[in-house]
Design a protein around this ligand. Structure first.
Ligand code: GAL
Length: 768
């Protein structure tokens, strides 16, 4: 997908691509590196350069990013005497080793700008300033060391540190956030740089869908440049998908859509993409005057200000109104201007407004999931299935097993080789002892995230973390027999913590105590019993998810087993027609992991619903954005659809494998393509409206068209008090049967409206 994503970014008016480097992906085992396939960062940067863009390399190597363990490999945690992100020689040696490796690889490939390559800036650490105080003096020493270590790499390009007020020179400190117009670097000679403008927000399992409006993102960008900004980057411009077990959290969803200008699948998220594109083109046309001009500010009160940049006798103006509710009208050089609330107008010659962040003239797309089935694809997928055993201590499980007389943290015991870790022990019960007669309770204190408990091979219950607290207590009455009893606890992690002071020490897995409680509160603490550990599922070891290895195993083909926990499912399918992105609908399933042709498409959890309340159907762009503003998808699965990149698919037969952990029914699983269903436009006179379908599809119907003072929003437009007679016919003529069409909004195009409104507009709703 890289070339097409990068091309769409360039078309959107970007001139650089910023990317992190993920240490845990590149060095999964100490000193064993992987830069193959999707991990080939050199190829990625070359692709960026081939498209004519610059690159910013955020090495970190701590990266946060809602990425598993913030990008740290788990072996790092498990090194003796190590302390992460502080003045600790073991850690610093590893960090230096990896940073040097990345810089050297980039240098060998001539990727730095001074060598003719695309990289203009590199980053060390990430937002350490947010947490530094928790590390005391050692934290301060560490950040100085980071700066020296970066400097010692001797690249000719500048290094940045984000959210680091005390970044030692010559490190440039930069800002991250939804707004950075008020940010000032810690050195008056440093450029004002914004490394992360959050275009929306990420999602946890159980969360609603966040939306940040195009108007608000554009406002934040324009205000930043009005106030002297020089470098600005979106986080994310394309967030994509957390394939495999790459999402952190805990509990970050597989989708990392972020409401970014390019959506999870690489489609244009309209109007955001287009509205920002127009802004980028204007800002870049002003590059010279913004970076070398003289600056003058005029304060008009009520949070309204005019900034004039002048160079060689020519001036460009920004009119900003940061008031949340009041539009403001100002007189500037003899002319009157209205600046809508929470907006910035740009006047390249200080006379005519060519862009206002609150006036969106670009297409608004409503995306749909469409059935584009291959011709001979049967209506129902044919499934085979295979149960995953409930493990217990056995001769097989003891072979080479890790055994400890204590409860181990999951990071230590599983080393992040799998989400799944079995803790197994056996306990003797003397039924002749009246205390241990019948009523026995098993109580497990776990630090999360999911627990399945078994006694003597029988499932007795499951529980998982909810509402952002990862520690919980599982308690259940159990039947025990006289003599030896087997207790097996499967602990499941759903991504490791990635953010916060000492996030790396956050507990995971069963920390205990694990107790049996008999009547009268007589307690047996099993915490220091002999525990046998088993990492991963049998099916994972057997490679059931790989199309090839899976074939060697015996799968059941009749009497589909449904709504039972621990079942592997397998089916084959044909790729949907066309080239629109593909998703698989996993509604009906509980929680688990999915693979297509052996590629992990990530964890799934469609049974995890978002809260019922807190959603809105309208969204006011005015006022500061936060992650609880403009939410949708209440009461629905946090994530129902899972991205299957076309590059994972083959023309003939493809295999989908699921591991269903909770129990579910795969019968309604189906494949869809994601494309533009409805294309709307709502633009004022003097603008050109462009409507486009996607994936070769054409406009089939004009559901609404009115030129005058139409009301409402895409999907619910209404005619206003006046309109031109033939707008629908004119739009039909221009658009039906076309992949895209454009019309200039004016009375010359549509005829007179008889409207007596300050500005006439055109609203169109077209079906693709
Ligand atoms: C920043 C961090 C990013 C990402 C973002 C939230 O603090 O640097 O990596 O986590 O927050 O999406």
């Amino acid at each position: 997908m890289w070339p097409s994503l990068i091309r769409k970014s360039k078309e959107g008016g970007l001139n650089a691509i910023e990317t992190y480097v993920f240490w845990n992906a590149h060095e999964p085992h100490r000193r064993q590196y992987d830069f193959s396939g999707n991990l080939d960062f050199v190829r990625f940067l070359k692709t960026v350069q081939d498209e004519g863009l610059y690159a910013v390399l955020r090495i970190g190597p701590y990266v946060c990013a809602e990425w598993n363990y913030g990008g740290f490999p788990m072996w790092l945690h498990n090194m003796p005497n190590i302390k992460l992100r502080t003045n600790n020689p073991v850690y610093m040696n590893e960090m230096q080793n990896f940073t040097t490796l990345i810089v050297d690889m980039a240098r060998r490939a001539n990727l730095f700008a001074s060598q003719g390559g695309p990289i203009i800036i590199a980053q060390i650490e990430n937002e350490y300033g947010n947490v530094m105080s928790s590390y005391g003096e050692s934290g301060k020493e560490y950040i100085k060391w980071c700066a020296n270590m970066a400097e010692s790499q001797k690249i000719s390009e500048p290094w940045i540190m984000c959210q680091q007020d005390d970044a030692p020179q010559p490190m440039i400190n930069t800002c991250n956030g939804w707004y950075c117009d008020q940010f000032q670097p810690n050195n008056p000679n440093s450029p004002k740089m914004w490394t992360e403008n959050w275009t929306g927000w990420y999602k946890n399992w159980g969360m609603k869908d966040p939306h940040r409006t195009a108007e608000d993102v554009a406002f934040s960008v324009a205000l930043f440049f009005q106030n002297g900004g020089t470098f600005h980057n979106y986080y994310m411009y394309h967030g994509g998908t957390n394939f495999g077990r790459t999402s952190g959290g805990p509990y970050i969803t597989t989708s990392y859509d972020y409401d970014a200008p390019l959506d999870e699948y690489g489609n244009l998220n309209q109007p955001k993409w287009g509205h920002l594109k127009q802004l980028h083109l204007i800002l870049r046309s002003l590059e010279k005057v913004l970076t070398s001009g003289e600056v003058k500010n005029i304060d008009y009160g009520n949070m309204t200000s005019v900034t004039i940049y002048t160079l060689d006798g020519k001036s460009s103006c920004f009119f900003g109104n940061a008031n949340e509710s009041n539009d403001s009208t100002i007189t500037f050089q003899g002319n009157n201007y209205t600046i809508p609330a929470w907006s910035v107008s740009i006047l390249p010659e200080c006379r005519t407004e060519v862009y206002n962040t609150a006036k969106v003239n670009t297409q608004h797309s409503l995306m749909v999931k469409r059935e584009d089935e291959a011709e001979d694809e049967p209506d129902n997928l044919k499934w085979s299935w295979k149960p995953e055993p409930f493990e217990r201590i056995s001769r097989k499980n003891l072979k080479g097993a890790m055994i400890a007389s204590q409860l181990l943290d999951q990071k230590v015991a599983a080393n992040d080789a799998s989400d799944y870790l079995w803790y197994m022990t056996s306990v003797k019960i003397d039924k002749n002892n009246p205390d241990w007669g019948n009523e026995i309770t098993l109580r497990v204190n776990t630090s999360g995230h999911v627990l399945h408990a078994f006694v003597n091979g029988k499932h007795i219950g499951s529980q998982w973390s909810k509402n952002g607290t990862y520690k919980f207590v599982f308690e259940k009455q159990v039947q025990m027999r006289h003599g030896s009893n087997q207790i097996s606890l499967l602990s499941v992690t759903v991504g490791f913590a990635h953010y916060g002071a000492n996030f790396d020490l956050e507990e995971a897995g069963i920390h205990g105590p694990v107790e049996l409680i008999a009547a009268g509160n007589v307690t047996k603490d099993l915490s220091s019993y002999k525990w046998v550990y088993k990492v991963g599922l049998l099916g994972e070891h057997q490679g059931l998810y790989k199309a090839e290895a899976g074939r060697l195993q015996k799968w059941h083909t009749d009497d589909l087993l449904v709504n039972k926990m621990f079942v592997w499912y397998k089916t084959t399918f044909k790729a949907p027609l066309g080239d629109d992105p593909v998703v698989v609908d996993l509604l009906g399933l509980g929680k688990g992991h999915a693979w297509v042709n052996g590629h992990s498409i990530g964890r799934y959890w469609p049974s995890f619903l978002a809260d019922e309340d807190g959603c809105t159907s309208t969204c006011d762009y005015r006022g500061a954005y936060s992650d609880n503003k403009c939410l949708t998808n209440c009461g629905k699965p946090s994530q129902r659809w899972y991205h299957v990149p076309r590059s994972f698919l083959q023309d003939d037969e493809n295999t989908l494998v699921l591991f269903e952990e909770f129990g579910g029914n795969p019968s309604s699983v189906n494949f869809r393509t994601v494309t533009v269903g409805t294309a709307c436009a709502n633009a004022y006179e003097g603008n050109t409206v462009e409507l486009s379908c996607q994936g070769g599809k054409t406009i089939s119907e004009i559901k609404f068209a009115s030129f005058g003072d139409p009301q409402g929003a895409c999907g619910s437009f209404k005619k206003g008090s006046c309109e031109a007679a033939n707008a629908t016919a004119i739009i039909q003529e221009a658009c039906i049967g076309q992949k895209s069409c454009s019309v200039y909004v004016s009375e010359a195009t549509f005829g007179s409206t008889g409207c007596n409104v300050p500005a006439k507009s055109l609203a169109v709703e077209a079906l693709c």
